[in-house]
Design a protein around this ligand. Structure first.
Ligand SMILES: [Zn+2]
Ligand SMILES: [Zn+2]
Length: 133
C-alpha cells in the first residue's frame, strides 16, 4: 500500500483502516464523490456505513489530507491534496480534469493587502466528450 499511513500521521490523524481505504479509493479515481467512495470501500469492508465515511472525509478534509471540489448542482468530489492546480469541471457529466496554473494566472492571485493562504480555481464548462454529443 502507498504511504497513506504516513500521509495521515503527518497530518495528525491516526491511520485507521477506514481512512486508508477511503484514501485509496480517492487516489485511484483522482476525483470522486462520497457515494462512489462508499461503493468502492464497501467492496472490501461491507460493514462500513456511509455515515462513518462522511465523518472521516470531513475530518481528513479539515486536517488537509484531502480537498473538496464543489460542482454546481452535483455532489462535491474529493481529491488528495496535491500541488496547486486548476480544475476544468464538466457541468454535464461532472468529470474533472486537473490543469496546471500558468504563471500569468498565478500573478492575478497576488492581491494587495490580502495575504493569500489557499486558493482553488474551478472552471466550469463542457468537456470534450460532452461538446461532441
Ligand atoms: Zn462531460
Ligand atoms: Zn484536482
Amino acid at each position: 500500500m502507498k504511504n497513506y499511513i504516513t500521509l495521515l500521521k503527518e497530518n495528525d490523524l491516526k491511520a485507521t483502516i477506514q481512512r486508508t481505504s477511503i484514501l485509496k479509493s480517492i487516489d485511484h479515481a483522482g476525483h470522486i464523490n462520497v457515494d462512489e467512495i462508499y461503493e468502492e470501500v464497501k467492496k472490501q469492508y461491507p460493514t462500513l456505513s456511509l455515515a462513518t465515511i462522511y465523518k472521516n472525509i470531513i475530518l481528513m478534509q479539515h486536517n488537509g489530507v484531502i480537498i473538496e471540489v464543489p460542482i454546481n448542482g452535483k455532489k462535491s468530489k474529493y481529491e488528495l491534496k496535491k500541488d496547486e492546480h486548476m480544475h476544468l469541471i464538466c457541468q454535464k457529466c461532472g468529470e474533472i480534469q486537473d490543469q496546471e496554473i500558468n504563471p500569468q494566472t498565478k500573478e492575478t492571485l497576488i492581491i494587495e493587502n490580502f495575504q493569500l493562504k489557499s486558493s482553488q480555481i474551478n472552471l466550469y464548462g463542457l468537456c470534450n466528450k460532452c461538446q461532441n454529443s
